[in-house]
Write a protein that binds this ligand. Structure first.
Ligand code: ATP
Length: 308
């Protein structure tokens, strides 16, 4: 008996000369909040479309609760909730009409599973007669989530639900996902935002159709192998140039007003770093040792190859 909510083995998908998925393997446990993290074009949408049986793979296997995506399309569609990346609602129907439409399509009613969407739909109620096309980005996102949940799916698949949404709505959205997870629903969510990876139980890094790593956010950041420094200076561009010219530097990227720098030689400490900056007439206002972020680790894995 299959124990995974989602099980993918060596999945490969090609669009003409583009290899969108290249031997992707992963599994998602029942009840997990799993993140598919990767930049534009990584293959996230393709993977999710295969899982919801909208497109077929060229090779490999994918199953949802033990059901093969090639053979059990109808049964899978009944138990998954899907929120596509682009606007999936009917813009000329009102908020309430959209929700009723999705409920009817799944042979249910708004009231039958209302408890699942109540806390989200309550925020939309004041606008229930407004056309979906006239809602704000954050409100559209909430309505699309209610529509994806209205038939109480066992597994929820969300394709970049927070892309183009403001920071407050993004935060609220992740809070909603935690609440949905607490109701026993397995969630697979894709995002290009590295900071959202920390909110998942486990994540898979996807890049160019390949998995770079799969693990908990903590175990992922533990893969960054060097001591990492954050440096701040008024001479930001000269600082980048000067450090990238130093043959001892093995990692050097700008993060906002800081530069993250690491050395393969772990004996190099802040004092030696400061001395080197001095030889280039650069003064740093801050040099501190920091913990690597998810983004640091993603860049490291991209440059140094897969670890899994
Ligand atoms: N229908 C298609 N025909 C041709 N190429 C495609 C098609 N759909 C996707 N691709 C290509 O496959 C690769 C993976 O695309 P995919 O949409 O799965 O990535 P993604 O991670 O979801 O990124 P994005 O956020 O940009 O959609 C990209 O190079 C993309 O251009």
């Amino acid at each position: 008996m299959e124990k995974y909510a989602i099980h993918i083995e060596s999945l490969t998908k090609r669009y003409d000369e583009v290899l969108a998925l290249d031997q992707v393997s992963l599994h998602v446990e029942e009840g997990e909040l799993f993140g598919l993290i990767g930049p534009d074009g990584a293959g996230k949408t393709t993977l999710i479309k295969i899982l919801v049986t909208l497109i077929g793979a060229d090779d490999g296997k994918a199953s949802i609760l033990g059901m093969d995506t090639r053979q059990a399309k109808k049964s899978i569609r009944e138990i998954v909730g899907y929120m596509p990346g682009r606007f999936s609602l009917y813009p000329d129907l009102s908020v309430e009409e959209n929700l009723s439409f999705f409920a009817r399509a799944f042979d249910t009613t708004i009231t039958e599973n209302y408890s699942l969407i109540e806390s989200i739909y309550d925020q939309l109620k004041p606008f229930k007669d407004r056309k979906a096309g006239a809602l704000s980005g954050g409100m559209k996102q909430k309505l699309a989530l209610c529509c994806a949940l209205i038939h109480r799916p066992k597994i929820l698949l969300l394709d970049e639900p927070t892309t183009g949404v403001d920071a407050v709505s993004r935060k609220e959205f992740w809070q909603m996902l935690r609440e949905i997870k607490s109701q026993g629903i397995t969630i697979l969510v894709s995002t290009p935002y590295m900071d959202e990876a920390n909110l998942c139980d486990r994540i898979a890094f996807l890049q160019g159709g390949k998995i770079l790593s799969i693990d908990s956010p903590k175990n992922i950041t533990d893969q960054f192998p060097w001591q990492l420094f954050a440096i701040k200076s008024q001479q930001k561009y000269a600082l980048i140039e000067w450090l990238r010219a130093w043959e001892k530097v093995s990692y050097c990227y700008a993060f906002g007003e800081y530069l993250h720098v690491a050395f393969e030689d772990n004996t190099i400490q802040a004092k030696a770093l400061n001395n080197y900056l001095g030889t280039g007439s650069i003064s740093a206002s801050e040099i501190t040792v920091i913990s690597p972020t998810i983004e640091d680790t993603f860049i490291y894995l991209m440059e140094h190859g897969t670890r899994c």
